[in-house]
Design a protein around this ligand. Structure first.
Ligand code: UVW
Length: 329
């Protein structure tokens, strides 16, 4: 187990505060240049498309937790309403909405359905915004932690990066294959920087500045087998934050619930890699990305690079966003 002084030494080493200006709210997304985006597009060779988003439904992984819920999907207007209103309304249903809907229904044969969703923004495939975590009252780039209020994140909300679209060269590092496990990397040894290097070497791929790195641990495939959202699996060791910094990675995402290893590895710290990536480096994390089909295709053609398009929703002041990332090969 490492100590807080180890953590602080790494934090001082990887911190990017002021690197792109004192008012920067983009962090390592600054590594994604127009040239990088053009290079990413050139990685498309066959037109194969892999949506990496999981289902936003009631049987998702967050049902296991007390402090978050799975998405709740509610119909607000449906065919039943139209028929009921035609039969009974609006003579006795006097509210304006019923009168308006009934008016649409009596105007002709055309109908419509509406719905809404209620969900934690962290419930399924997501980006963590830079305002998601903090320590010692500071967010990335030294912005004050109390600038996140019940009204949302004044600084570093997901809306601050949404204008970029978030697209770059994506590279998959398949740790399931590297470790030779059948489905997923069970909780035990965390995934180390040396394993990331070894995965890249065996796959014949080089990590370059501005890449978005996707880590396959097999957790999502395991969740689909068991339905157990709380089953822990191996994630990245906290020291992988230095690996991300050394390679000038723009963002990292994984197929598990928190990218990093559930067992912290730093005495007295929770989520040390979250803290180093989001708060010190300004590097966004993606969670619950489904990498199974993409990994199978990469293994089949031996190409682990692709164009990745992963735009968050511009939810004003939100500390995260649902996303349906697309890998195109
Ligand atoms: C926490 O667990 C706080 O965050 P995340 O959903 O990013 O893992």
């Amino acid at each position: 187990m490492d100590s807080m002084s180890d953590f602080r030494r790494v934090a001082d080493d990887v911190r990017n505060w002021g690197r792109w200006g004192d008012d920067d709210e983009l962090g390592t997304l600054n590594f994604i240049t127009p040239e990088k985006i053009a290079q990413a597009a050139a990685a498309v060779k066959h037109g194969r498309v892999f949506p990496l988003g999981v289902d936003f439904g009631s049987s998702g992984p967050q049902g296991a937790f007390q402090y978050r819920q799975n998405p709740t999907h509610v119909m607000t207007i449906d065919g039943g309403d139209a028929n009921t209103l035609l039969e009974y309304g609006p003579s006795w249903l006097r509210n304006p909405a019923a009168v308006q809907l009934s008016g649409y229904s009596t105007a002709g044969p055309m109908r419509f359905n509406d719905d809404m969703i209620i969900m934690p923004l962290q419930a399924a495939t997501q980006w963590d915004a830079l305002s998601h975590v903090y320590y010692e009252d500071k967010l990335y780039n030294g912005f004050p932690a109390d600038s996140v209020t019940s009204l949302g994140a004044y600084y570093l909300g997901i809306d601050k990066v949404a204008g970029l679209g978030i697209t770059s060269r994506g590279v998959l590092l398949d740790i399931v294959t590297l470790r030779g496990v059948p489905t997923f990397c069970e909780l035990g040894e965390p995934i180390t920087p040396a394993e990331l290097d070894e995965a890249a070497r065996r796959q014949g791929v080089t990590i370059e500045p501005g890449d978005i790195v996707l880590i396959r641990t097999g957790w999502w495939a395991r969740f689909l087998e068991t339905g157990d959202g709380q089953e822990p699996g191996a994630g990245l060791d906290w020291t992988c934050a230095s690996w991300m910094a050394d390679h000038q990675v723009a963002a990292v995402a994984a197929d598990n619930l928190m990218v990093e290893n559930p067992a912290s590895g730093v005495d007295g710290a929770i989520l040390p890699m979250h803290m180093l990536c989001l708060r010190d480096m300004g590097l966004m994390l993606g969670e619950y990305w489904n990498l199974t089909e993409l990994a199978a295709d990469c293994a089949a053609d031996g190409r682990y690079e692709f164009q990745l398009v992963a735009p968050p929703l511009s939810v004003t002041g939100a500390v995260g966003s649902p996303v349906n990332p697309i890998a195109i090969k």
